[in-house]
Design a protein around this ligand. Sequence first.
Ligand SMILES: Cc1cc2nc3c(=O)[nH]c(=O)nc-3n(C[C@H](O)[C@H](O)[C@H](O)COP(=O)(O)O)c2cc1C
Length: 337
Amino acid sequence: MGHDRLARLMARGAGFLGCETAILGGAMSWISERHLVSALSNAGAFGVIACGAMTPDLLDAEIAGTKALTDRPFGVNLITMHPQLSELIDVCAKHGVSHVVLAGGLPPPGAIERIKGNGARLICFAPALALAKKLIRSGVDALVIEGMEAGGHIGPVSTSVLAQEILPPLAHEVPIFVAGGIGHGGAIAGYLEMGAAGVQLGTRFVCAHECIAHPNFKKAFIRASARDAVTSVQIDPRLPVIPVRALKNREMESFAAKQREVAQLLDEEKVEMAEAQLQIEHYWAGALRRAVIDGDVETGSVMAGQSVGMVKEEASVADILGQLTDEAAHALERRSA
Ligand SMILES: Cc1cc2nc3c(=O)[nH]c(=O)nc-3n(C[C@H](O)[C@H](O)[C@H](O)COP(=O)(O)O)c2cc1C
């Protein structure tokens, strides 16, 4: 009974994504590549490739590689500040990618029209109610609302507050997927009952067998508790940096030094603000790569959400999804009893 109710509540989101279970595997740079993405889609959820700092050629190869592993739909996440965004959109069009997720701020002029003109469905992140309304008016097909409990780059507001502010007025207009801090299916049930079309999880999928993250990265996740996933600190008010949530380690100190270095370049007028922010993003991409790929979890960035405390062991994607949907179904059954 709980599973039937869950399927009904997920029907709109699943229909929009073209999958069975309205759970997106949130794109994670270096992590959400062909293996994890195809495993998620093959298990009935929806995988999303993280383009991150990839060149158009690398994205081309990653999409082709993913298609070789699954014939189910999957998405591609592009970062709006990528200097070759336009070419990356072309690569998605060439492959007929069905869903494009734009992250990292409001889409630049023309991007929405081009992505939709190519026949793809466009999903954007809405960090506040006013921006959610603006994005819907601009023609985006669906929204992700991601709270500050999430891993990686985060906004200032919690998931529970965003959900209360944005779902009641807007859930009937476009499908809205809730992200950030979800580690147990009971929370999925709650957001669905509030009107969400589905959810997006990142942290919970890092310790999947199919995920290529280095064993040290996975071990750090399994050992950590919620309070270990802390946010980076902005040390210079002139240099606005988007906070990042990651496990506490030595890397957090290196980030302070990097900010001082870039702030000095700004002071000396050696770089413009846009270039300064790009340098910070390149720093993160490199630091995350060191941890995810090389396994250096001390001087690399172990980006993780607060739900890391609910990651207890390695398991297959199918088992993780099975656990989440069973928990959601049980919660729904209990509530209707
Ligand atoms: C290691 C890591 C890397 C991430 N990289 C990206 C990224 O490249 N682009 C993006 O839009 N979101 C990124 N995210 C956010 C996820 O897509 C997702 O929204 C988030 O993990 C959801 O919250 P949760 O971690 O609490 O499940 C990242 C998250 C993590 C943990």
